[in-house]
Design a protein around this ligand. Structure first.
Ligand SMILES: [Zn+2]
Length: 116
């Protein structure tokens, strides 16, 4: 019986599972996003002895900090700080069946990601 490939890189067919009202979720991931996801999945697979022991692992895509902190509101793509009151476009990406990554983009990077 075929097993899900836990190390499959993100790409078309892998899933963004939630998003802000604009929708990173409805677009094919960019080369940047595929690369960032693949890097994070490699890190998780290296840090967790048996990913299959978990129902799911939810992790940040990039750097983060305590909720509301400056690091928590930095764009995962360009690193720009998004001040409170400006929209940080949050999304989740199902990188593998068990590894889901959450990220945030500034308006400019979100527009780039969805091809606007
Ligand atoms: Zn950005």
């Amino acid at each position: 019986m075929a097993q899900p490939n836990e190390t499959r890189p993100a790409g078309a067919g892998s899933g963004l599972i939630a998003a802000s009202k604009t929708s990173v979720a409805q677009h094919e991931p960019s080369a940047w996003l595929r690369g960032a996801v693949a890097k994070r999945v490699r890190q998780i697979n290296a840090a967790v002895a048996d990913v299959k022991a978990f129902g799911a692992i939810v992790a940040p895509l990039g750097r983060t900090g305590p909720p509301g902190s400056r690091a928590d509101r930095e764009c995962d793509r360009c690193g720009r700080y998004v001040p409170c009151g400006d929209l940080l476009y949050l999304f989740a990406f199902a990188a593998t069946p068990r590894i889901h990554l959450a990220g945030g983009l500034c308006g400019r990077c979100e527009a780039t990601e969805v091809g606007r």
